[in-house]
Design a protein around this ligand. Structure first.
Ligand code: KG4
Ligand code: ZN
Length: 312
């Protein structure tokens, strides 16, 4: 739940993390996630409004309509519709993926399209062009797993638990990617693929005696090697996309953009061809401020129906 002024200035950005609830199951349990939304959203809304503004001052309600887990989307859309009806406020159904790109506009006051974005999250690894506000063209995507999903599965293979991205990141800082090198996925054009890399890690761990047979140093080296391969593959395609579609502004966003190696190597890869914006950590992983920032640009008359498989 967030309050954003003029699509750019964050007045409040509240995130209720469900990490602890899902950690014991080793992944997100959709039913529990939806219930968590139902329980927490009313409190978050009250908290945000009490802190910052009067409800009369809210002139647009933006709500995520997809892509995402259907139960969570239904709770959000239903609640937003109730508020809009009660307050007499207009409402906009916002694309979750657009939100990730708009997080970068929240982070940098003078950032405007046209831009090229690498959007990497739990379910997406997309290269998109944004020629103008509210316009997106996908120029590259993954054939199989998304980068975040690959991190989450690799963490399980290494016996590191959930959530995978942050634990792999922490472990990788303790290891050396050259000690247990893994292949860097490479498909022609601007497509990604991470399932082969995932399998390579699985076989390597099996050869080393399974997750329980790994000593701490080897586990850290494997995490570092896996991270290196994912990040290298993402950045090779970003490099190529920038050659094919030259622009002055590049954005790297989505939950995986919280990754330390990706953040530090992205600038190198651009080598001065474009300006890079990576949102601060709190705006990379899912949050409501990014949805509020995208809301004024949502397609007019867009349906408010929750759509778990909504595309760009
Ligand atoms: O955008 P997001 O918060 O939710 C989705 O829309 O999916 O992205 C979540 C994904 C998860 O797969 C998580 O493992 C990954 O982002 N992630 C990371 C890091 N922090 C979160 N991946 C790599 N390194 C991180 N530091
Ligand atoms: Zn997301």
């Amino acid at each position: 739940m967030a309050l954003v002024e003029d699509g750019r200035r964050i007045l409040a950005n509240l995130v209720y993390s469900q990490e602890e609830i899902h950690a014991s199951y080793g992944g997100v349990v959709p039913e529990l996630a939806a219930r968590g939304h139902l329980e927490k959203l009313p409190t978050l809304i009250r908290t945000a409004l009490a802190q910052e503004v009067r409800r009369q001052d809210v002139d647009l309600i933006g709500v995520t309509r997809g892509p995402g887990l259907v139960g969570c989307l239904l709770v959000g859309v239903g609640l937003a519709q109730g508020l809009a009806a009660a307050w007499g406020t207009p409402i906009a159904g916002v694309n979750h993926l657009w939100g990730h790109v708009y997080a970068a506009l929240l982070a940098r006051a003078d950032l405007e399209p046209p831009l090229l974005a690498l959007v990497v999250s739990g379910a997406h690894s997309d290269l998109v062009r944004m020629p103008a506000h509210g316009e997106f063209q996908v120029i590259g995507r993954t054939r199989d797993d998304a980068a975040g999903e690959a991190f989450d599965k690799a963490a399980r293979t290494l016996g590191l638990g959930y959530p995978g991205g942050p634990v792999i990141d922490r472990q990788a800082r303790l290891g050396d990617p050259r000690h247990q090198p893994l292949p860097v996925p490479s498909l022609p054009g601007l497509e990604f693929s991470f399932s082969g890399l995932k399998t390579a890690l699985l076989y390597r761990v099996r050869d080393l005696g399974g997750p329980n047979g790994l000593d701490a140093a080897t586990r850290a080296d494997l995490a570092a090697a896996f991270e290196w391969s994912v990040v290298d593959s993402l950045l090779q395609k970003l490099d190529r996309a920038l050659d094919e579609w030259p622009v002055r502004e590049v954005v790297v966003c989505g939950g995986v953009a919280a990754n330390t190696l990706l953040r530090s190597r992205a600038e190198e890869v651009l080598s001065g061809r474009a300006r890079l914006t990576v949102p601060p950590f709190a705006l990379c992983t899912d949050n409501a401020a990014m949805i509020a920032a995208a809301a004024p640009h949502a397609r007019q008359g867009a349906e408010l129906r929750a759509d778990p498989a909504l595309g760009w």
